[in-house]
Write a protein that binds this ligand. Structure first.
Ligand code: BGP
Length: 474
């Protein structure tokens, strides 16, 4: 009973939130480099403001991240010490193709990841690679308008071909697009989109989504051709939407809100546009840019497993009085009176995690992989620099227990668990350093000050023994 013997315990990061070295090793500029911290951040993430240039008085956290570009050996050694079986990381597209549309890749970028993967294997750590995690070369945005342009499918296909061939034998688990449904909520990050005055934003988002869905199917096809051992997953920002009351209208709204997310996975896992989406798009006059061959491609190259992030559940209501957004978050939710929330208003709901796993497993009947989960919190080191993060241990203990229930009591097929931000890194939503998730503390603040020194938090030893006992000792 309990977790499988080969359960993949580990942690997750993304290139743009930890690597830094944004202009080193021949890397080109990407969307993530030009999103500053502070009040200008949200309008840019939403695609409302074109942001092509740096402003001298702004701080751009992704440019330096936590300098993992230079310190990955030290960091991977710490992951190895915790006993990680897997480490989820992402490739910075513009390290491999600096502009995105070149015919030849940048060898320095390829060598960097090759070395990093080899370093993982030294500790028996299997890399789990996200091909794109909220990043797109800036040149593809300026010249082509990001994923609204079909040409991006070809550029992405080239990237995949290069990666699958070069890293054959070093990497067998791949994710095509991080949180693909975030196109709807943060289109600049999700698809390199920004909108001109008067454009139908919703139509453009779904057109870009179609291109990513086709690209994802193509990636799956090529991955299987290059190496039949390759396993490819989709990646969803998951979390159920509860109806605020048992009023049928509230229930129906929760169903519709859940479907906004399921839509992507329905295509990637079931291989076709679901009827509810086709009908809605028809009603709204949104044309999906299908071309010949797309239908077969989507149908024939569905994903091998379903990966997802889970931080909290959300609650929806049809009552305008209660229907107020929690501030400072990209994903809307109203307050759930039965739940506690994190300092950023993310509601803490371990049973919701179990419900989410059940909903996904019932719907797709494919192995699930939890590739992000964790608590973003403010950590205060004591006089010796030690962080006693009981609150994080508590959150994770409850969520891992919920995962064990889903496996033991509900029979969900679960491949692994990689907690988010296993080492402190830059927040995707806010750009802050003070919103920390790690087992490893990094000395760096919101303004970019600090020695970047790494130190183990209390949760480091706790997670180590969770892995050592395969989730028995929580
Ligand atoms: C997901 C992203 C991650 C990540 C995480 C936590 O949406 O895939 O990149 O950062 O959420 O969010 P935040 O950093 O805003 O706390």
């Amino acid at each position: 009973m309990g977790f499988k013997k080969d359960f993949l315990w580990g942690g997750a990061t993304a290139a743009n939130q930890c690597e830094g070295g944004y202009n080193e090793g021949g890397r080109g500029l990407a969307n993530v480099d030009v999103v500053p911290i502070g009040k200008d951040r949200f309008p840019i993430l939403l695609g409302e403001v074109k942001n092509f240039d740096f402003k001298e008085d702004h701080f751009y956290p992704a440019q330096e991240g936590i300098d993992m570009y230079h310190r990955y050996k030290e960091d991977i050694a710490l992951f190895g010490e915790m006993g990680f079986k897997t480490y989820r990381l992402s490739i910075a597209w513009s390290r491999i193709f600096p502009k995105g549309d070149e015919s030849e890749p940048n060898e320095e970028g390829l060598a960097f990841y090759e070395d990093l993967f080899k370093e993982c294997h030294k500790y028996g750590i299997e890399p789990l690679v996200t091909i794109t995690h909220f990043d797109c070369p800036m040149h593809l945005i300026k010249e082509y308008g990001g994923w609204r342009n079909r040409k991006l499918v070809t550029f992405y296909e080239n990237l995949c071909r290069v990666l699958f061939n070069r890293y054959k034998g070093l990497v067998t688990h791949w994710l095509t697009f991080n949180e693909i449904n975030m196109i709807l909520h943060a289109p600049f990050m999700g698809a390199g989109l920004y909108f001109e005055e008067g454009e139908n934003q919703e139509a453009i988002k779904y057109q870009a989504a179609h291109h990513e869905l086709v690209a994802s199917a193509l990636a799956t096809k090529i991955a299987h051709e290059v190496d039949p051992n390759n396993k490819v997953g989709c990646m969803l920002a998951a979390g159920l939407n509860y109806p605020y009351t048992c009023k049928p209208e509230d229930y129906f709204k929760s169903l519709e809100t859940d479907r906004e997310n399921y839509f992507f996975i329905d295509v990637q896992s079931r291989g076709a546009y679901p009827t509810y989406a086709l009908k809605e798009m028809e009603r709204k006059g949104i044309e999906i840019p299908f071309i010949e061959g797309d239908t077969d491609l989507l149908k024939e190259h569905t994903v091998d497993f379903i990966s997802f992030s889970y931080y909290s559940s959300r609650t929806v209501s049809t009552d305008p009085e209660v229907n107020k957004q929690t501030e400072g978050n990209i994903f809307a939710s109203i307050e759930n009176p039965y739940l506690e929330a994190s300092e950023w208003g993310w509601q803490i709901d371990p049973l919701g995690f179990r419900s989410t796993m059940n909903a996904l497993y019932d719907r797709y009947q494919k192995p699930l992989f939890v590739v992000e989960n964790g608590l973003g919190a403010i950590d205060t080191p004591d006089e010796n620099g030690y962080v006693s993060d009981e609150y994080r241990i508590d959150y994770m203990r409850q969520h891992i227990a919920a995962m064990r229930d889903a496996v033991e009591l509900d029979g969900v097929d679960l491949m692994g668990y990689t907690s988010w931000g296993c080492i402190d890194l830059v927040s995707a939503g806010t750009g802050e350093m003070k919103k920390r998730y790690g087992f490893i503390y990094v000395d760096r603040d919101n303004e970019g000050n600090g020695t970047l020194k790494r130190s183990k938090k209390k949760s480091f030893d706790w997670y180590k023994q969770v892995i050592a006992t395969n989730g028995e000792n929580l």
